[in-house]
Design a protein around this ligand. Structure first.
Ligand code: SAM
Ligand code: SF4
Length: 466
């Protein structure tokens, strides 16, 4: 069994606090502009530079910070936004996280672990909506067969088909595993292994996790080390905003990133930035101790975009449309759509009391696609990199601006067209077709390839990618 690594070398709390304090006194406009100029070189920022940006409050400098983040977003990700749906398979859980509806202390929730057949039913609904990627989520307690339950569930997802469609990439959000179980998880064909530290602040972490295996901060913060040892090289980090000071969380997360880069030569594939949502049976989720307001939220997304330009940023669609519009421009590159957070929620058609948290946004995929299209973004269902083995460091290599545009743009367009032809409403299809033509006209390198790929999709080809 993999031993938890002591974490002095991963998160150094005193140095985070020291950086935050030191930079309050040091940062002036000239320095901020120098940092922003450096960020435009697309090489990321160091922790001192990030700490300086965290303190920026002057409106003029904030505007410059945002325009720098936009520049980076457009240079690397262009107008593409990747879409996925979460699939909650079980709300069994032996932890008592104070912010979560699945916590063991919440006796009002009906517990349920979906069977393979039930998972297939859920997946069919998602496939028929047009989804190609899912994020499989479970509480930390498995039915009698133990962790094999998760592996069987992943197999059930991959083996489900409906019409022209299937799920082509299963990412997972699961409790930390032993090295041996990470190896089994890798063999199941997952895309990204996602895990949020919730808070990097030890005392707050202890307070939020009063019982269950999740109490062990070190076991959690060292999970990506074990995942990477097991050759899972696409990992997804995150924190839960509202538990502790966001400025601390951003810097500590970047320490975590630098740790992985130093040890394994590659950082996280994605970073998620969920804000605490109200959950049944959780007071803290309704009245967070450190609420993050919209302007700080935008600032932290922009700072992350500059600090780790090649790492995707994931946001859920439940943020309101104004915040969504702003964060998509500043750095978010993946969003969920049509989400249900209760096991069986897609088949039941409702989000019920068994949900992990309550969603403010019930829009289905078609509406989200339409909304993105109207904003000029290309909704992408691409899964090419993972299926061609372009993960971890290999992905970072192709993610350089020239290359990623050449591959990702045609892939995004072909998967978008596939969606429009097979699943979209007539209005969304018309809007999407217009956007594809406009985009093709502006495309330089890659236009001929994209046109050929689109022709293949129009003549019945599916799953066309580079
Ligand atoms: N049980 C595993 C764990 O905790 O790592 C994985 C699944 S858990 C349902 C996935 C994530 O949901 C947690 O890491 C947490 O950040 C998030 N979450 C829990 N309660 C939430 C709430 N009230 N609002 C938003 N996100 C929440
Ligand atoms: Fe269980 Fe995860 Fe919810 Fe905590 S966050 S109660 S571990 S499902």
């Amino acid at each position: 069994m993999g031993q938890p690594e002591r974490t002095g070398s991963i998160i150094d709390e005193p140095s985070v606090f020291h950086l935050i304090e030191k930079m309050v006194r040091k940062t002036d406009a000239v320095q901020v502009r120098e940092i922003l100029a450096r960020a435009r070189e697309l090489d990321g920022l160091n922790l001192s530079e990030v700490a300086s940006l965290i303190h920026v409050s002057d409106p003029e400098l904030i505007a410059e910070l945002f325009s720098t983040a936009k520049f980076i977003k457009e240079a690397i990700y262009g107008p593409r936004i990747v879409l996925f749906a979460p699939l909650y398979i079980s709300n069994l859980c032996k932890n008592d996280c104070l912010y979560c509806g699945f916590r063991s202390g919440n006796k009002s929730v009906k517990r349920r672990a979906l069977t393979g057949g039930e998972i297939s039913e859920e997946v069919k609904i998602l496939v028929e909506q047009g989804h190609k990627r899912i994020l499989l989520v479970a509480g930390e307690s498995y039915p009698d067969i133990g962790f094999s339950y998760i592996l069987d569930s992943i197999a059930a997802v991959y083996s489900t088909r409906s019409g022209n469609g299937e799920i082509r990439r299963v990412n997972v959000n699961l409790a930390p595993l032993t090295l041996e179980d990470f190896r089994r998880l890798k063999a199941s064909g997952i895309g990204t292994y996602q895990l949020f530290q919730e808070t990097y602040h030890r005392d707050t972490y202890a307070l939020m996790h009063p019982s269950g295996p999740k109490r062990d901060y070190d076991w959690r913060v060292s999970a990506f080390d074990r995942a990477m040892q097991a050759r899972i090289d696409d990992v997804g980090m995150g924190f839960l905003l509202g538990l502790y000071d966001w400025r601390f969380e951003v810097l500590a997360l970047l320490q975590h990133v630098r740790h992985l880069e130093a040890k394994f030569g590659v950082g996280p594939h994605t970073i998620s930035v969920p804000r605490l949502e109200p959950a049944v049976g959780s007071e803290i989720s309704i009245d967070p101790r450190y609420p993050v307001n919209d302007s700080d939220f935008l600032k932290l997304v922009a700072i992350l975009r500059m600090a780790v330009p090649y790492t995707g940023i994931i946001m859920s669609t439940r943020e309101n449309s104004e915040v969504r519009r702003a964060t998509l421009a500043l750095g978010v590159s993946q969003i969920s759509a049509g989400s249900r957070t209760n096991p069986g929620g897609y088949s039941e058609g409702i989000q019920n009391q068994a949900a992990q948290f309550l969603l403010g946004d019930h829009r289905e995929l078609d509406e989200v696609v339409r909304d993105l299209t109207d904003m000029g973004y290309i909704p992408s269902f691409c899964t090419a990199c993972y299926r061609l083995g372009r993960t971890g460091r290999d992905f970072m290599e192709v993610a350089k601006p020239g290359d990623i545009k050449f591959r990702c743009d045609p892939n995004a367009l072909s998967t978008f067209l596939e969606y429009l032809l097979d699943y979209a409403s007539p209005e969304t299809r018309a809007a999407g077709e217009r956007l594809i033509s406009e985009h093709l006209e502006q495309m330089g390198k890659g236009r001929a390839t994209a046109t050929k790929m689109l022709d293949r999709v129009r003549t019945g080809g599916r799953d066309v990618y580079l």
